[in-house]
Design a protein around this ligand. Structure first.
Ligand code: PBG
Length: 323
């Protein structure tokens, strides 16, 4: 008895496969994260993230011109300041590292969309994402005031999209208010709505020097076991005015991306985080996997799960591969 259904008929050649392909990774989907470190003439390799660097602001014009000419529409900026303090004041200084970087970037390539990560962990001497109370816990409401200041200072320096990643309750609302009052009612918010307390952030914390000096982030980031909670987080952030919401990390949370994509029509971003990047880099450097093929396969999976855009350290390479 031979099979009547023969799906293999449409798999025979690459041209046929192209015709029936359901999911495409496009240049327009990509966002490239960049680490900016205070100083001059710096391009420091990040050991846990091969081929990624910490750049000083003066080095950015050349980099962002390359990124823009490759067709990538957006970058995401993380700041690494010289000095840290208990309340992260460096994050909202008008001459802070991200603010300096924004001026350079907007002068060099005005059209490139500059997204800024709004968080305090790179700026606090204890490495937590907010202000500590007397018990050493991150105080939600004290932190909100600072986040609102950081967001406004980024917008003033030229940020096109504000991306809060701290996971305090109510931050989207207070940031929206602060942007509106400052005259930035047209600046969108990309909220890290569904951000898990993930061990896959390890290489990033080395890159950004943002490992907490005690404890962990489980008191504010989400428990990896939860998905119904992801729906609540999404609902709160959309209600407070988020224009784009994000799920992070990406590959270990494809089911969460799918649930959020089905539930909300707000544009959805997914973050292929540092640990996802470094795993592929490490295995390919050992000769165990084909790097380019695994990168494209994972990004395709993230889109298939329902993401509209992907933040990925592989963006420049992907741009070469798909254009
Ligand atoms: C800041 C922040 C982190 C990441 C993005 N924003 C680290 C963390 O929450 O500890 C991780 C990104 C990555 O791993 O690539 N809070």
């Amino acid at each position: 008895m031979f099979p009547e259904n023969r799906p293999r008929r449409l798999r025979r050649t690459e041209t046929l496969r192209r015709m029936v392909r359901e999911t495409h990774v496009r240049l327009d989907d990509l966002v490239y994260p960049i680490f900016v470190k205070e100083g001059t003439a710096l391009k420091e390799p990040i050991s846990a993230m091969p081929d990624q660097f910490r750049y000083s602001p003066d080095m950015l014009p050349k980099l962002v011109k390359q990124i823009a000419s490759s067709g990538i529409p957006a970058i995401l900026l993380f700041g690494i300041p010289k000095r840290k303090d208990p309340t992260g004041t460096g994050a909202h200084r008008s001459d802070g590292v991200v603010q300096q970087a924004l001026k350079r970037i907007k002068d060099a390539v005005p059209d490139l969309v500059a997204i800024t990560d709004v968080c305090m962990c790179e700026y606090t001497d204890h490495g937590h994402c907010g202000i500590l109370d007397d018990k050493g816990e991150v105080s939600n409401d004290d932190t909100l005031e600072v986040l609102a200041k950081i967001a406004l200072s980024h917008a003033k320096a030229g940020a096109d999209i504000i991306a809060p990643s701290d996971m305090m309750d109510g931050r989207v609302g207070i940031i929206r208010e602060s942007l509106d009052e400052g005259g930035f009612e047209n600046t969108p918010i990309l909220s890290y709505a569904v951000k898990y307390a993930s061990s896959f952030y390890g290489p990033f914390r080395e890159a950004a020097g943002s490992t907490p000096s005690f404890g962990d982030r489980k008191g504010y980031q989400m428990d990896p076991a939860n998905v119904r909670e992801a729906l609540r987080e999404g609902a709160y952030d959309i209600d407070e005015g988020a224009d784009i919401i994000m799920v992070k990390p990406a590959l270990p949370y494809l089911d969460v991306i799918r649930v959020i994509a089905d539930e909300y029509d707000t544009p959805l971003a997914a973050y292929q985080v540092s640990g996802e990047y470094s795993m592929i880099k490490a295995a390919s450097s050992m000769g165990w996997i084909n790097e380019d093929a695994c990168v494209l396969e994972s990004l395709t999976s993230i889109k298939r799960a329902g993401a509209d855009m992907i933040i990925t350290y592989f963006a420049p390479r992907v741009a070469e591969l798909i254009s």
